[in-house]
Structure formats: C-alpha cells, structure tokens
Write a protein that binds this ligand. Structure first.
Ligand code: PEP
Ligand code: MG
Length: 846
C-alpha cells in the first residue's frame, strides 16, 4: 500500500490531520509526519532532515506520497531527497495537492490499494468539489487560471502555432508575449492544445505560465475585438520567430535542467568534509566563505479602516519598485548584455499583472487587510501556483514572483538593502540568488558562488557563466551551518566543495586554479595572434556581436574588430524606439570596447519576420520577402535618420563603419547614401561632432546583389556576404523552417558560385569582401571561403580560436584548389565530404 508523509509548518495541524485521515482511511495506512521546527518541533517551520526521517520510516514498496503545505515546506521536502538512499528516493512522489483536502483524498485512495499515480491524482484534484460548490472562486483570492468565456462565442478568430524556442513559454518569451498582446485592443486567450491546459488570458504572465507550455507544444491563440486579426498575426509571428531567440539557442545555451536535488550527494566528514553538488560554471577557487542571507521582509498582520489609503500605499510601493527594477535593468544591460538583463523586464511586468493585483485589491477592500498583508497573500498564492507546475524550468519562476513580491513588501515597510561590498575575496554561499540580489553584489571580489537550490538555468548560474565565476549548486543545507571563518575550496568543473581544505587539498586546488587560469590565458594568447596561412597570407578574423558583452568577449578572444554589429538589440526588447542619445551611447560603448579596432555597425535589420511593436506594419503574406531591413529604414525616414545620426556621432569617438542590410538594387544603395550625406550635413550645420567621411558597405544577401555585384562595387567601400539570407533566397528555403533545413546549406555550389562572383567583382574595383553569415565560422567552409578570395571572416566570438587554428594549418594554394573543386560540385554533400577530408589531412578535424 502507498504510504503518506505530511509536511507542515505546524506540528499540531499535522497531528490533527493524521487523526482525520485515519477516521476515513483506517489504521493500516502508514502516515509519517514531519512538522514544526526547533528541538521539540513546537516552533513553526520545516526541516529537511526530519522529512527524510519520516519518508524512510514509512517507506513502502508501493511508494511514498509526500504532501506539503506552503513555501519552504516544498523546498525542505526537495532537499530531504538528497538525504535519503537512492533506492527509497526513486519511490517518492511529491504531490501538488492541498495538504488537508489532499491528505484525506490520498488516504482514502491509498487505503483502496491504488497505485501511487492514482493516489497522487486524487489528492491533486481534491479541491475541485469545494471550488465547484463555491462557484469557482475561493473567497479573497482569485484563481490564477482565468476561466475563459464560452468558446462557442463565434466572434473569436484563432491561430494555432507550435512553440519552437528552447523552453517554450518560460519567463522571457512569456513576457514578450504578454507585452505584445497588451498592445492590442482585443481580448486574447491562449490554450495549450498539447496538454489541454487553458484557455487563459494572454495578458497575464502568471496565467500563461500555468499553461506549462514547453518546446514543441501546440498552442491556440484566440482573439476577438477591434484589433483581433492584427493581434493574432503579430503573436503568431512572435512565436514563429522563436521570440527572437537565435536558432540553436537550445544547443548553445545552458545545459538542460536536471533534478538538482536528486543528483546531489554529500560526503561530509565533519568540518573537513567534501560536498558534492552540480557543477554549473567552470573554474576553481579557494577563498573565505560569505553567507548571503535574504531576509524576509516584515509584514504586519493588522486590519485597516481606510482601504483607499492602503490601496494608494500599494500603488506607491509598486511605482517605487518599478523605478528600481528599471535602473537595475539598465545596469545589467551594461554589465552582461540585454539577454541576461531581460529577466528584469519580466519582473517589471509582474508589477502590472492582474492576477497579482486583483486579489490584493479584493483583500484590501473586502477583507480590510493592510497593503503588505494583502500583497503577500496574493504573492504566496501565485508562488504556490508556479511551484505546482510539472516543468522544473517554470517551477523555478516561483522565485521571480517571490523576489518581486519581497521588493514591494520592502518598499511598503520602508526597508532598503545597501549594496554589499567585500574587502577580500569570498566564495558566496546562498540559498539562491535572485536577479535583484545579484545586482546588489560587488562582483569584483566574488571568486565563487555556491547555492543550495536552483539548477543550471537559474539566474545565478547563468550570470556566473557570463562572468566566468566558478559555481556549484544543489548543496545540502549543512553548508549553511559553517562559520564565516571557514575557508572553502570550490571546483566548478566537478561540482565539489571542500570545507577548510587541508594543506594537500589546498595545494592541489591552487595548482588546478593556476592551470585553469593559464589555460584560459593560453587560449586567449594564441587567439590574439594574427591568422596567417602557412604560405603567408593573412586573413582577418573578426566577430559578430549583438551587444556589449559579445563585443567584450570578441576583444578578449582575439577578434580584430567587429565585422557585424546587429543593432537590432537596441530595438527589439522595448515598447518605444530608443532615442538618438541611447543609441549613440550604446554604439559608442561597443566601439570603445574594441579599442580602436574597426566595428561595422549594421543599420536596423527588423521588419517582416521581426516586427517592432511600436512601428505600424501591415501584415504580410511573405515577411521574408517583405518590408524588412533597409527597405523598412527607407520607408521610415525618422527612424533611419535617428540611427544614422547616432552612428556618425559615435564614430567620432570610435573606429566605426556603416553597413546597410538586405540590399537588392543599386537604387537602394544610392538612396541610403543620400540619407547618410543629408544626416552628415545636418550634424555639420548643428555643429555636432561626428565622423565624416565614413567607410560604407552593404550586405550581399539577396541573389540580385550578388549577380550584379560589379554594378554595386563602385558605390560602396566593401561587401559583407550574409550567407544566412543568401542561402535562403538562393535555394528559396526559409531559414527558420525546420522542414527545409536540408536545403539551407551555405556550402551548396550555387551559393559558392555567387560568393565567387561577388569576390571577383569587388576585387576588380579594389574593394574588399567579408563573410558574416554563420557559414564563416563553420570549419569546413573556412578553407573554401578563403580559397574563393574572401578577405575577412566575421564569426561568433567563441569560434575564433578554432577558425584561426584552421587558417594557420593550411596554405592559400591548397585552399584555392579545394574551392575550385567545390564550385564545380553538383551537390552540397559532395562539397562537405571534400572539405572534411581536407581538414582531416591538415590534422584540424572536420
Ligand atoms: C546573414 O543573413 O547572413 C546575416 C549575417 O544577417 P542576419 O543573420 O542578421 O540576417
Ligand atoms: Mg541577413
């Protein structure tokens, strides 16, 4: 028979519940209790060790179902799993059902001899009868999942799309979805057709999260109202464009989430012990421990006689937190780039979420709770909703709600947290670091990060990797009991943490740390050398960048400049266009990070498949053939002029070049150059310092431009071949369509012929040619492109050392004869085979 474990903050509550369950389920059922904290369990709280004991005591071959009350009970129960033997662990299930009703339902079902899944299901559904009786509402707290209007309403339009981005509707994509949906005057609902969850409102981040919508899930978006069709079109495109995440982000991004607690094991030998957790960021460190505590904010539990004033107080606090979050966002954009900082945008959105605000409002006006108490109640309900989701990635987002919730509570109580500055190197130990806490830290002195919870995709793990700080997660709570005098050793490759390492271990760690730092240095040093072929031809290797972090990484990895700066990063995650000043500062900072090396700034490449919410765009049947890139800039003169002004101004301080994307004809180049000269004249007459003349090139990514390269060459200073688009347009195969991936090979001889033609036309005019599509970073393509005469390769910063190694291993004449054979091939696969053999013969793999 399945046995139960009840985990509660209150010993008396749990004990009474056992009596209640026994009344209905009989005495045979084994029920373990882990409730209360402190020596006699009389204090309110939960304890992982106690939960582990209870599970072990009632362990049964049919499994153990654990039911918990709120908040830390769940965390403690998860931690308890670390402490029990693996054979018992695999029989344990955590049930998201409510403690009281769920406990009774589970007890009855277990006593009938049902299997653990059935018992869990019954407990999970235990609130249904009550909810139905109360007509779907629990007094004071609205259900997170909004009940949709009857679907037979005929005025709904709808589309169905499949989520193709790495994590489905997780925090950031969901935030973008909500932001976009909120722009339209339409009621919009979303249903997850894969797991049959929903419909829920598309304008609530929390409601969307309850859909548990993951990669490859099919969702239905329904809309009615004035702008229903526009809304559907925009949302469809957002999803189909993978929310702007790069294709392959899943592969290149952080490792997939794993059940942290299940994997961690502990080998503690007193104070001299070794902890084993999950490695989440490479590197080795030895330093003093620093306990980072997130103190829960104060929440008075008293009633108000003036609900209006309490509601006002809550509004003021929300406003204050909004300002702080926006400031943090800007700081983190500068520090780690817009992608990592995007979480703060999701945080700001939570402040407007009706699923948090409406219950809080009801509690203030109907129950007369004070603002803090009402807000906390609403936040806790939301946190519990997240924690009950199946997907571990979405479950982790409970932390974001808690984080924002606590900030509002602090603002209400007038508390503030000062920035923590360390005077010596430390290894930080924390339960988990929230984004706002991380932003408060003096990162310079942090040599390592240890967290108890949070997986490889948690914010602290992502941040540690971006900053190159070694980190381990999933450590047991015992580490929290160590004194702050303790010295820790940390190995972020293997997930090990040593407590007061003895001299031998310490020496070994020091050696490993030196080796790690030297290795980093060596890689850097070799990639800092120029790339010269064995027969003396120098090839420029530069990098593609999408933000300041990329640019800094590029400089560290030995890029001789930025061959493609995608300025879209300044536009895509906003509600309004960036001002000239904002663009100027961002471009200037990137230019300065490259310390005089050239940076090719590509003007805006959005539109079509990447809509901007603040630019009115007609829906298009074929967005990739539509108004995008330079076409959009030419149709939006103000937007274009503002960007050109910012680039020319930043060019006075850094070595910048300009490049126009998606050029199809000579007329477009002439018009774009006309805009540029006009902007120069304006700046001149306003007496504003700017770069002039400025090297100006175009992207060759449309076959017409490649075929007529000889006509375009005199009008430009350089060409940069965008093989991503050139391949899609040459083979008429949309680059994001997975069913056509087999056609999207840039090494197809048809594409290579066009590249050859472009190079010849450019060289005849004395102009140089770069390649900035992904092909430039593919090992097999490197000798072929260079053999065709390409002068510069612009690639992902991380790929620079490898490309340089290939260039150094080959000669130009070998590469030229390989390239000549390649253009004569009939198939892309033949080209690849030849190139692989070529690389193998050079000893640089393939
Ligand atoms: C390309 O098309 O090859 C290119 C580099 O531009 P993007 O990928 O930004 O369209
Ligand atoms: Mg392109």
């Amino acid at each position: 028979m399945v046995s139960l474990v009840l985990v509660s903050h209150s010993k008396s509550l749990a004990e009474s519940l056992v009596g209640l369950i026994r009344q209905m389920a009989g005495r045979e059922l084994k029920i373990g209790v882990a409730a209360g904290a402190g020596p006699d369990h009389e204090e309110f709280g939960t304890d992982a060790t106690d939960i582990a004991r209870a599970i072990t005591e009632v362990d049964s071959p049919d499994g153990v179902l654990v039911l918990m009350d709120l908040g830390s009970a769940i965390l403690s129960a998860e931690m308890a799993l670390e402490l029990i033997p693996p054979d018992i662990r695999q029989r344990v299930r955590f049930c998201p059902g409510p403690l009281v009703e769920g406990g009774i339902a589970a007890g009855v079902q277990a006593s009938l001899g049902s299997d653990i899944e059935t018992v869990c299901r019954e407990a999970h559904r235990a609130l249904q009868p009550k909810a139905e009786q109360l007509e779907g509402s629990v007094e004071g707290v609205a259900p997170v999942v909004e009940v949709a209007p009857p679907l037979e309403a005929q005025d709904f339009h709808q589309v169905e799309v499949v989520l193709k981005n790495a994590h489905g509707l997780h925090a950031r994509p969901a935030a973008r979805f909500v932001q976009l949906a909120s722009k339209f005057d339409a009621e919009i609902l979303v249903t997850n057709l894969t797991n049959q969850k929903g419909p829920v409102s598309a304008k609530s981040l929390n409601a969307l999260a309850t859909l548990g919508a993951l990669r490859d899930h099919r969702i239905r978006i329904m809309a009615r109202g004035k702008q229903a069709t526009e809304a559907l079109e925009a949302l469809r495109r957002l999803v189909e464009d993978r929310f702007g995440e790069p294709v392959g982000a899943a592969e290149g991004g952080p490792p997939p989430i794993q059940p942290v607690v299940a994997e961690a094991e502990v080998e503690v030998q007193g104070e001299e012990g070794v902890f084993v957790g999950l490695p989440v960021s490479d590197g080795v460190a030895v330093a003093r421990l620093y306990h980072y505590e997130s103190l829960p904010p104060m929440v008075p539990h008293d009633y108000t006689s003036d609900p209006e004033a309490e509601w006002e107080r809550l509004q003021d606090a929300l406003e204050k937190v909004r300002g702080a979050i926006q400031a943090r966002y800007r700081e983190m954009v500068a520090r780690v780039g817009p992608e990592e900082a995007a979480i703060f945008e999701a945080h700001a959105l939570l402040l407007d979420d009706p699923d948090l605000l409406q219950p809080a409002r009801r509690l203030i006006f109907e129950q007369r709770y004070n603002a803090a108490w009402a807000w906390q109640t609403s936040v806790e309900a939301m946190v519990a909703q997240y924690q009950s989701l199946d997907d571990p990635y979405l479950r982790q987002r409970a932390q974001d709600v808690q984080d924002v919730g606590n900030q509002v509570l602090r603002a209400l109580s007038g508390e503030s947290r000062e920035k923590i500055v360390f005077e010596y190197p430390v290894i930080l130990v924390a339960d988990e670091l929230t984004p706002s806490e991380t932003a408060q830290l003096d990162l310079e002195h942090i040599q390592g990060i240890i967290t108890l919870s949070g997986g490889p995709t948690s914010h602290s793990a992502i941040l540690a990797r971006s900053l190159g700080i070694p980190a381990v997660t999933g450590l047991p709570p015992a580490i929290k009991r160590l004194s702050s005098e303790t010295e820790l050793g940390l190995n972020g490759f293997r997930g090990r943490v040593w407590v007061n390492p003895d001299e031998r271990v310490r020496n070994e760690l020091e050696v490993e740390r030196r080796r790690w730092l030297e290795e980093r240095q060596k890689l850097l040093a070799s990639s800092l050398q120029p790339a010269v072929t064995r027969d003396g031809k120098r090839v420029e290797v530069v990098a593609n960048a999408g933000n300041l972090t990329d640019a800094q990484l590029a400089a560290q990895n030995g890029a001789k400049g930025i061959g493609l700066l995608r300025t879209e990063f300044l536009f895509l995650t906003r509600q309004t266009p960036p001002s000239e000043e904002e663009q100027f500062q961002a471009i200037r900072d990137i230019g300065l990070a490259l310390k005089g090396q050239p940076v090719i700034v590509r003007t805006l490449d959005v539109g079509g498949d990447k809509p901007l919410p603040y630019i009115p765009m007609e829906p298009e049947a074929n967005p990739f053939l539509g108004v995008r890139a330079l076409r959009l800039s030419l149709q939006q003169p103000d937007l274009f002029r503002t960007q050109l002004r910012a680039i020319l101004r930043a060019g006075a301080l850094a070595n910048l070049r300009i490049m126009f994307p998606m050029v199809a004809t000579l007329e477009e180049v002439e018009q774009a150059r006309e805009f540029l000269s006009q902007v120069h004249s304006d700046l001149e007459s306003e007496g504003i310092v700017h770069a002039w003349p400025i090297e100006t090139g175009i992207m060759v990514e449309i076959p017409s431009a490649a075929i007529k390269a000889e006509a375009l060459a005199p009008a430009v200073d350089f060409f940069s071949i965008g093989t991503n688009d050139l391949t899609q347009y040459t083979l008429a195969a949309e680059r994001g369509n997975p069913h056509l991936a087999y056609l999207g090979d840039g090494l197809h001889p048809a594409v290579l012929r066009l590249i050859e033609q472009v190079v010849q036309a450019a060289h005849q005019e004395g102009k140089w040619v770069g390649v900035c599509g992904e092909l430039a970073g593919e090992a097999e393509a490197v000798p072929i492109l260079v053999g065709l005469g390409v002068d510069e390769l612009s690639i992902n910063p991380a790929g620079i050392p490898k490309v340089k190694a290939i260039l150094r291993a080959m000669t130009m004449s070998e590469a030229q004869s390989l390239a000549q054979k390649a253009v004569k091939c009939a198939k892309a696969s033949e080209v690849r085979r030849m190139a692989t053999k070529f690389l193998q013969a050079l000893g640089v793999g393939g």
